[in-house]
Design a protein around this ligand. Sequence first.
Ligand code: WTA
Length: 604
Amino acid sequence: MAIKKSSQTFIQKSSEWIRKPKKSDANLKDYFKTYQSFRWKSVEKEFDWHKTGKVNMVHEIIDRHAQGARKNKVALYFWDPASTQVYPRGRDEKYTFLDLKKSSSRFGHVLKKCGVKKGDRVAVFLPRTPELYISILGIHRVGAIPVPLFEAFMETAVLDRLSDSQASVIVTNTALKGRVPFEKLNHLKGVILVDELEVSRSENQDNEPACDFCDVYNYFEEMKLASESLEPVWLNKDDGLVIHYTSGSTGKSKGVLHRQYAMVGHLQTSKWVLDLREDDIYWCTADPGWVTGTSYGIYGPWSLGASSVVLGGRFSAERWYEAIQKYSVTVWYSAPTAFRMLMAQGKTLPKKFNLKSIRHICSVGEPLNPEALRWIRAITGVAPHETWWMTETGMHIICNFRSLDFKLGATGRPFPGTYASVVDDKGKEVAPNTLGNLVVKTGWPSLMKEIWKNKAKFDEYFELKGWYKSGDSAYKDKDGFIWFAGRVDDVIKTAGERVGPFEVESALIQHPAVAEAGVIGKPDQVRGHIIKAFISLRPGFSPSDHLKAEIADFVKKNLAAHAAPREIDFRDSIPKTRSGKIMRRVLRAWDQGLPVGDVSTMDE
Ligand code: WTA
């Protein structure tokens, strides 16, 4: 798709500078000097495999520490104050590196009992709990590949991801298992249900067997029986690490497969961008269903032996501030929508909490608008730093660094060892301040290995020779700052999450009243964008608010709540090109009440 001025952004150009902290104690001392001399090879010696030749992520992020001085250091603080049947007072737990070594070994044995072998895919469909993290670590231990699925996914989303990845086992719980259409997933061999026995035996629960043809195991029962030691299955640097499903502008979501070697990128960016140190208490608010929740919720911070906080349950401004105070969080990694949601709750609330422990904040997922940056700085004393990257890049690429002043609104500078630039549609670098395609020179350690079973999709990212094409538009200013401008394609970012319009349209047309549907992202003050659908109805149905609500709810129940349209407009027909492609530029013009231009030319 050709580069165009994007309407999808509310970034404000500014020449205001955000100054670095006065106490200049950042891990990366001199960005410019380092940028000239840094070589990725130099990071390899941080890992045991550099000496042994034996690679496995779980060894480098857990066992290595559990066998050394960090053995009794807390790796994971977990807090979920919500009261449940099994946890009437909520959960408030700590796990040391040694604890995680033992529990992930136990889980490895459970997986082996299910027949899981090296390279197999294991889906993890759980809420943010310690068991989710232990499952992922256990999957690594047996050399298999985790496929983390957002807790919010409904049946269609789960079905698409499980059938594409051909996962042999799924780890889930009684509350979520109803969304797994087992009858359509005959490649599944095992189901592991993470339910406290009280829950699974309770009369109130759904006691239907999860799956007729697979073996069903109870997590806690099996964990009790299993041995707490299990050597990792040794892998090569190039073997699979994790698959994250993510949306593009066309087709269903695709599986981005990363390799074990990505750990080199995770470690170094965690050191220089997140600025993590031995005594930090680090809180990444992202769920492992999203790449931020694995690269920087698991792999990077634990490769450095940092202590991580995980908060369970839904968003609540009060509980977020309380978590910062409770753990004296020092480094905080979150997203603009979250900052704006905190902002919406006002300034009185944060005053009730002590947020002084924070020394560094990073932001990801969408552009951080100046108001949100200023607001977070006002309540914590620390300005959030942009980090731009993608599921496919596996690690931070363009960032503002703690040891550098930066321009308010700028996305940042390339990480040492990477080269990011702006090019025209032929791959030629453009002059400063010219809008173009945001690209990265190929050859950094965490770049995806493949798109699962889809070589053609994978190749599309590399059609400009020597470059990885992000699908974002941007420009570079004279001082070397890159400014994100918007998406070149039709991918929607809502509350930081990537949603493909095709996936939503496919869900919409399953509804009996919907004849055709076209979906776009509509700019929104809090969420960045919301999902807006234009719908034409089948004969016999007439537009009404009731029908709008029913259709939105239908998508919520089948796909996921965050993918459901927040706005629906009914139209007689949906504009399409001759080849049947939805003309989203017309939908955007409709939305903004602008003239649509000449539709009769029907651009292909
Ligand atoms: C957007 C994984 C502006 C961008 C981390 C990118 C951002 C897409 C930023 C990737 C940022 C991410 N500023 N935009 N700091 N970070 N994006 O794979 O459009 O879910 O292409 O993110 O998010 O989405 P993904």
